[in-house]
Design a protein around this ligand. Structure first.
Ligand SMILES: Cc1cc2nc3c(=O)[nH]c(=O)nc-3n(C[C@H](O)[C@H](O)[C@H](O)COP(=O)(O)OP(=O)(O)OC[C@H]3O[C@@H](n4cnc5c(N)ncnc54)[C@H](O)[C@@H]3O)c2cc1C
Length: 279
């Protein structure tokens, strides 16, 4: 199918983009990489009256090292994230996740901000943002506000972003431990049936602190706090505690019970690998 008709604007400043959003109201849609939006238009799942192309907004670009970690502009392409030496050094979890996002052509166009704003529960980058404790900078008609990634994702394709707001950047603290990243998908590059993004701090072969975030299982990326705390006891205890963290939802790929099982498998594999590596 072809996209429905729409008007198109390419503002050059954030203020101009915000004005266009406010003036057009409910019919306006931002377009970044277009890798989720264009398929939705072509399938006529959306019928915007105005597409606002944000690719000209210089303020949304770039990856910079900060005192506490990194700042990633919303327009950063997945491929740039994966190739960045700053990302590899400060937040290696993001670098580990990128190769699992779709395939090269999509990674060359798709953006970090687009992935967060899309909030697909099976997407890799929202889970990484939660695992790393990212704070998201959002611009709107009333000025700027910051929202913790943990509070940003609300449900399937649902976020804390208002209709008249633009995600500008993410401030991400430096990763405090070893990378934990695993996902199970039907084919390399497909969305995850179940995935785990996180980090673990180790003292020799003992996990002393960890953050585990599961994606593809629930209606959004879920931080598994009970399982993380139980890791201090044993892997078995953590796998059992995971039941208190997750409320898996069946989809075309797997039942809720299967997703729960896969999440336990991922937890055991990722943590065992981190311990073996440390030893
Ligand atoms: C075949 C295929 C396979 C894919 N596989 C995966 C996968 O395995 N894992 C994965 O994570 N993703 C996957 N994707 C999606 C891809 O990662 C997209 O790039 C990403 O989800 C959206 O980024 P985008 O820049 O393309 O956003 P767009 O498609 O341009 O926009 C997506 C949504 O976000 C909004 N938006 C975009 N930028 C902003 C902003 N700065 N502020 C506010 N709202 C904004 C748009 O209005 C729109 O509603 C796949 C896509 C395709 C086509």
């Amino acid at each position: 199918m072809k996209a429905p008709p729409f008007r198109y604007a390419r503002p050059q400043t954030l203020d101009a983009a915000l004005r266009l959003l406010a003036d057009e109201g409910a019919g306006a849609r931002l377009i970044a990489g277009g890798q989720s939006l264009v398929p939705a238009l072509n399938m006529r799942l959306l019928e915007p009256t105005l597409l606002i192309d944000i690719n000209g907004l210089a303020e949304l670009t770039g990856i910079a090292e900060t005192a506490s970690g990194i700042r990633v502009g919303a327009l950063t392409r997945h491929a740039a994230l994966g190739a960045s030496a700053i990302v590899a050094r400060r937040t290696p979890l993001l670098a580990a996740a990128v190769p699992f996002i779709a395939h090269e052509a999509i990674r060359n166009r798709g953006t970090f901000g687009g992935s967060l704003a899309q909030a697909d529960p099976a997407a890799e980058l929202p889970a990484c943002a939660v695992a790393l404790g990212a704070r998201l900078e959002i611009a709107g008609p009333g000025g700027r506000r910051r929202v913790a990634a943990h509070d940003f994702f609300r449900g399937v394709y649902e976020t804390a972003l208002g209709r008249d707001e633009i995600l500008v950047a993410a401030e991400i603290p430096a990763q405090p431990g070893a990378t934990l990243f695993l996902e199970l998908a039907r084919r390399q590059g497909d969305y995850a049936i179940a995935g785990l993004a996180g980090w673990a701090a180790l003292d020799r072969s003992r996990i002393t602190d960890a953050r585990l975030v599961f994606f593809g299982t629930d209606i959004r990326a879920v931080e598994a706090r009970a399982a993380s705390a139980a890791l201090a006891t044993s892997l078995d205890a953590a796998a059992t505690a995971l039941d208190r963290d997750l409320a898996p939802v069946a989809d075309l790929n797997a039942s809720a019970a299967m997703k729960r099982h896969l999440a336990r498998v991922l937890l055991r594999r990722a943590c065992a690998a981190a311990v073996t590596h440390a030893a």
